[in-house]
Design a protein around this ligand. Structure first.
Ligand code: SAM
Length: 325
């Protein structure tokens, strides 16, 4: 990778635009994101872990019959040797699991279990971890490009988990911010409340909303009530089947304000270590999709192609879909 200067730098990450392509009316932007774990200091660990995980992926690809539970699935057994990873797996697929990967500098899991050397490095350098953080950086970069000078921002995070990617992204905006954090999991919301305090966000600016967003009437009512300029859903769409995804997009189209944006991610079908993710780690229930498949869902929900920008971090783990009202 050539050493061109970054197009955007914050305290947390830097980002370079690799290319922009107009496919029909849809703008696709390929990006390269770097953070504190992409520096020279971490190079040896990053390369070593990449070698190991690539070998595991090749092994699983050659053995499609070895599902996660298969007694001869040696990759699962190797992955779960580190004690902290075994403890962490209990959090999958919820917001506590992503919380530790968004910030792998924490010394202990939420449960108090010490994070060992291998687990910490998987949180820093595995393909899933790199992609989880780059999707958050891509979302932050895109939104700050539109709203950074806004004096008052209403920000809704649906399936917010710990709220950490939301709070990190919001640091790029100087104006007054109000957060509407929605999740089905009350424990994740309690953590989001704690984190908001850690980030120095006033209690009165944080609205915690415990709901199943798939239930009829729920999402529409929340959006109509909050009138958020920003709605983001990181890490939700890959758990929705086609009908649920189109329904959720349609509800957002019908209710989002005129100056609004909706940004969401979906795991990419080209994830370079998808077999390790599914059959090695055993992360449950994910439906990876190509950008064309997601574009079709977006169009089925009634959005025009000219409303969509697709951000593709070059790690290929997730794509981020940005829709303007
Ligand atoms: C993988 S986590 C993503 C959390 C966070 N957005 C992030 O990027 O780290 C997915 C979150 O979606 C929430 N969730 C799943 N289904 C939901 C539903 N039907 N309604 C509301 N929240 C839901 C889970 O509780 C979990 O916190």
């Amino acid at each position: 990778m050539s050493k061109k200067p970054a197009d955007f730098t914050s305290d947390q990450f830097s980002l370079r635009v690799l290319d922009e392509t107009l496919n029909g009316e849809v703008m696709t932007i390929r990006l390269h994101a770097s953070d504190r774990f992409s520096t020279k200091r971490h190079l040896l660990e990053r390369k070593t872990f990449a070698l190991f995980t690539r070998a595991m992926e090749a092994y699983l690809r050659k053995r499609p019959h070895l599902d996660f539970e298969h007694p001869k699935n040696h990759i699962r057994k190797i992955i779960y040797v580190p004690p902290a990873l075994r403890a962490w797996a209990a959090y999958m697929p919820g917001g506590f699991a992503t919380f530790h990967v968004h910030n792998p500098d924490r010394k202990k899991l939420r449960s108090g279990k010490k994070i060992d050397y291998i687990t910490r490095n998987l949180f820093r350098h595995s393909s899933d971890a790199i992609g989880l953080r780059s999707r958050a950086y891509a979302m932050s970069w895109y939104l700050q490009g539109i709203y950074k000078d806004e004096a008052k921002l209403r920000w809704m995070s649906i399936a917010c988990g710990s709220g950490q990617p939301t709070f990190d992204a919001a640091r790029l905006f100087d104006g007054e911010k109000n957060f509407y954090l929605c999740d089905i999991d009350k424990n994740a919301l309690a953590l989001a409340d704690e984190l908001a305090h850690e980030y120095g966000i006033a209690k009165s600016s944080v609205h915690l909303i415990e709901h199943d967003l798939k239930r009829p009437g729920v999402l529409e009512a929340l959006v109509v009530d909050a009138q958020p300029q920003i709605i983001e859903a990181m890490g939700l769409f890959e758990y929705l089947d086609e009908g649920e995804a189109v329904e959720m997009l349609r509800k957002i189209r019908e209710t989002m304000p005129k100056d609004g944006s909706f940004v969401f991610s979906n795991m990419h079908a080209d994830h370079p270590q998808l077999q390790v993710h599914k059959r090695g780690l055993g992360w449950p229930g994910v439906l990876p999709r190509t950008s064309d498949q997601v574009k079709d869902l977006i169009e089925k929900a009634g959005f025009g192609p000219n409303q969509l920008t697709i951000l593709l971090p070059d790690d290929n783990v997730y794509a981020v879909y940005c829709i303007r009202a």
